[in-house]
Design a protein around this ligand. Structure first.
Ligand SMILES: Nc1ncnc2c1ncn2[C@@H]1O[C@H](COP(=O)(O)OP(=O)(O)O)[C@@H](O)[C@H]1O
Ligand SMILES: [Mg+2]
Length: 269
């Protein structure tokens, strides 16, 4: 079973043809670093993967299940398996660190948001939230408001919230781009450690080549809405990755190409 697969993925926004036929498969437990110049379509691709944005052609799969053929309920269930970490942390600033982590349980909670409010959450979920905070070394900050923490600490809270969700797949889009170099490295180290120790599949976009080369079993390189590089670490060099940033890199300067329509396929088990 593949953890993530995209087949002939296209995405357009009006006259911008952002994703121009992407194909790749990620196996369970693989750690993939996704690289490419600004505006080449990385964030759009990540949003297509977890169904946050509808696609214009092709198919995307989570655990071999096609999102385009799944019912709304199935899509919700599949999305629960996908944890996300964003550049901008996306915490609720005026709530406690602990409450932010508890929200990670929202997908499995019997009454949604309500049952992740700290007075109502089950003892088991509350213990889990504390354990997740301990894993990111922030148990002592549990009762502080999220906005009182430094950027690096806030991103560690976001990682704890992602762990609380108990995902199988993690999509991290520029998780350290808003941080200074030192806390960026610490956060990257932590993120990679926690996904590795749990055997999770991860796709992570980064813009610093030096850091990227320290992580990743495999590298996907995008250029102008297409996959240019798909190679295991041993075949990747800084020179090869540098080619992603040369020449025509942005999609908004290109004219659209034909987009195949998304044909419903026979439902797969
Ligand atoms: N919601 C949107 N509406 C219109 N254009 C968009 C939207 N999101 C992204 N784009 C365009 O898609 C292109 C790729 O953007 P993005 O996926 O953010 O690239 P990257 O993450 O690689 O920098 C850009 O030209 C951007 O302007
Ligand atoms: Mg981006």
């Amino acid at each position: 079973m593949a953890a993530v697969q995209v087949a002939s993925l296209h995405k357009r926004f009006k006259d911008i043809h952002v994703l121009r036929g992407l194909d790749f498969t990620v196996q369970p437990g693989e750690g993939v670093v996704l690289l490419g110049a600004n505006g080449c379509g990385k964030s759009t691709m990540m949003r297509c993967l977890n169904g946050l944005t509808p696609i214009s052609g092709g198919h995307t799969y989570i655990n071999d299940r096609c999102l385009q053929n799944a019912s709304r309920k199935e899509v919700r269930q599949l999305r629960r398996k996908v944890g996300v970490v964003f550049q901008k942390f996306n915490l609720v600033n005026n709530l406690s660190v602990y409450q932010n982590v508890l929200y990670g349980a929202i997908g499995r909670s019997p009454w949604g948001l309500l049952s992740t409010m700290s007075p109502l959450a089950s003892a088991e979920e509350r213990d889990k939230a504390m354990a997740c905070l301990e894993r990111v070394s922030l148990a002592d900050k549990a009762n502080q408001r999220a906005e009182e923490l430094s950027g690096g600490q806030q991103q560690r809270v976001a990682i704890a919230r992602m762990l609380m969700q108990e995902p199988e797949i993690v999509l991290a889009d520029e998780p350290i781009a808003s941080l200074d170099p030192k806390s960026g490295r610490e956060v990257m180290e932590l993120l990679w450690d926690v996904v590795r120790e749990r055997g999770l599949t991860v796709i992570c976009t980064l813009h610093q080549l030096d850091i990227a080369l320290e992580y990743g079993d495999r590298f996907l390189g995008m250029k102008a809405g297409m996959i240019e590089i798909d190679a295991p670490r041993k075949e990747v060099s800084k020179d090869l990755l540098n080619t992603l940033y040369q020449g025509q890199v942005r999609v908004d300067t290109l004219s659209p190409v034909a987009t195949p329509t998304t044909q419903p396929q026979a439902a797969n088990a």
